[in-house]
Design a protein. Structure first.
Lengths: 112, 109
């Protein structure tokens, strides 16, 4: 089975702190994604990566950056956390042939 | 116009009935279409994928795609209380995967 592991299930940070959310997949998938999920807004794409060191902005990249130094790991970085970044963050890895996304369990971030 | 639109619901159906979930999308170049189910507090999981016009059936689930109308639907036959969840429509373009806001389905025993 594909496994996508997110490093932290729950985080509480203060405004202005730097936040790292890490995601690791074990299926050698090329494509990985970071979404945030908010009530009434659904899943919104922050960034995605289609290869090591390659990244593309999604629909809401402002305030975020990403890093993909190794194929299995895709990190989301909040350089200076703000209260409006309080959300559930979901990482996903895409199976190349079918296009199916496999999600991690999510990281619930609260910024105070 | 949102890229992927769904009625947020909730959609309430009695147990044993057919639930019909709908989705429209704006990008005519979209290539692949998916339905994910998300239980409260859990991550989304794939239940159906469809790539060409027509119907695709898998057990109690049928996905329908009409690219000319830019419309995707999911039918759930013999709905069960365990089907109560939020159903997310997802559309894949060249590389990006965009989700609708989801439709909450409630199956009443």
């Amino acid at each position: 089975d594909v496994k996508v592991t997110q490093s932290s299930r729950y985080l509480v940070k203060r405004t202005g702190e730097k936040v790292f959310l890490e995601c690791v997949q074990d299926m050698d998938h090329e494509n990985m994604f970071w979404y945030r999920q908010d009530p009434g807004l659904g899943l919104r794409l922050i960034y995605f990566s289609y290869d090591v060191k390659m990244k593309e902005k999604g629909d809401i990249p402002e305030g975020y950056s990403v890093s993909r130094e190794k194929k299995e790991r895709f990190s989301l970085i909040l350089e200076s956390a703000s209260t409006n970044q309080t959300s559930m963050y979901l990482c996903a890895s895409r199976q190349d042939y079918t296009g199916e996304l496999f999600f991690g369990e999510g990281s619930r971030l609260t910024v105070l | 116009q949102k890229e992927v639109e769904q009625n947020s619901g909730p959609l309430s159906v009695p147990e044993g009935a057919i639930a019909s979930l709908n989705c429209t999308y704006s990008d005519r170049g979209s290539q692949s279409f998916f339905w994910y189910r998300q239980y409260s507090g859990k991550s989304p999981e794939l239940i159906m994928s469809i790539y060409s016009n027509g119907d695709k059936e898998d057990g109690r689930f049928t996905a329908q795609l009409n690219k000319a109308s830019q419309y995707v639907s999911l039918l759930i036959r013999d709905s069960q209380p365990s089907d109560s969840a939020t159903y997310l429509c997802a559309v894949q373009g060249y590389q990006k995967v965009t989700f609708g806001t989801g439709t909450k389905l409630q199956v009443i025993p």
